[in-house]
Ligand binder design. Structure first.
Ligand SMILES: N[C@@H](CCC(=O)N[C@@H](CS)C(=O)NCC(=O)O)C(=O)O
Length: 205
């Protein structure tokens, strides 16, 4: 079997989480390398796109979180075989990437500048993407595609959790409920899914 090493920040969530959950669901052992921000800064320039996650397969690096999530998802049966359902899955994952890029642009700002940027985000792109995701939710039944759990659900649920957590200053925790209400029961459904429960139990043990 190939040797897998997945490098990302030391957090339960973020861009590597769908692949971590999918590898676990597939029963594939992988080196879950979790790095601190200073460690990231030390190696950043050596990374292909100066970012993480990076998946090394027998030492050869692959980047791009959605590609990595699809790869692991296929191994776990968490990616649709049907082309149209796969397209729906990809659409939701791509939308989350765009949403993340809009949030990341406000990182590093402070004080009034941060407040203004975040308020602009809430009135603009963040609401646009959340409304769009709300529209996509349900196309695959209670899920984003294929009427079952896929890596798209893992990606969206992680971001919903983050937005609900209050960790992002000036982004109201009731925003999701107001503009994308379908994402609330979706987050609860995914967090209770046996695949997800088993992964987080393994993290505790
Ligand atoms: N399109 C890339 C984006 C990767 C990305 O921006 N990763 C963030 C962490 S979530 C990062 O490494 N940021 C640090 C930096 O770019 O300096 C992907 O989906 O993997």
């Amino acid at each position: 079997m190939a040797n897998y090493k997945l490098t990302y920040f030391d957090m339960d969530g973020g861009r590597a989480e769908p692949a971590r959950i999918a590898f676990h669901a597939a029963g594939i052992e992988f080196d879950d390398e979790r790095i601190s921000f200073p460690q990231f800064m030390e190696t950043r320039q050596s990374l292909r796109f100066t970012s993480v996650p990076v998946l090394k397969i027998d030492g050869a690096a692959v980047t791009q979180s959605n590609a990595i999530a699809r790869f692991a998802g296929k191994k776990a049966g968490l990616y649709p075989d049907d082309d149209l359902q796969a397209l729906y899955c990809d659409e939701a994952m791509g939308a989350i990437e765009d949403l993340l890029h809009s949030i990341v642009q406000t990182f590093g700002l402070e004080g009034e500048e941060l407040k203004a940027a975040r308020e602009k985000l809430v009135d603009g792109w963040l609401t646009v993407f959340l409304k769009g995701l709300n529209e996509l939710m349900g196309r695959g039944g209670d899920y984003f595609a294929d009427n079952r759990l896929t890596v798209a659900d893992l990606k969206v649920f992680g971001i919903t959790r983050w937005l609900l957590s209050g960790q992002l200053d000036h982004i109201p925790t009731d925003l999701v409920e107001r503009v994308a209400p379908k994402l609330i029961p979706h987050e609860q459904r995914v967090s209770k899914d046996p695949v997800v429960v088993a992964y987080y139990e393994s993290r505790e043990g």
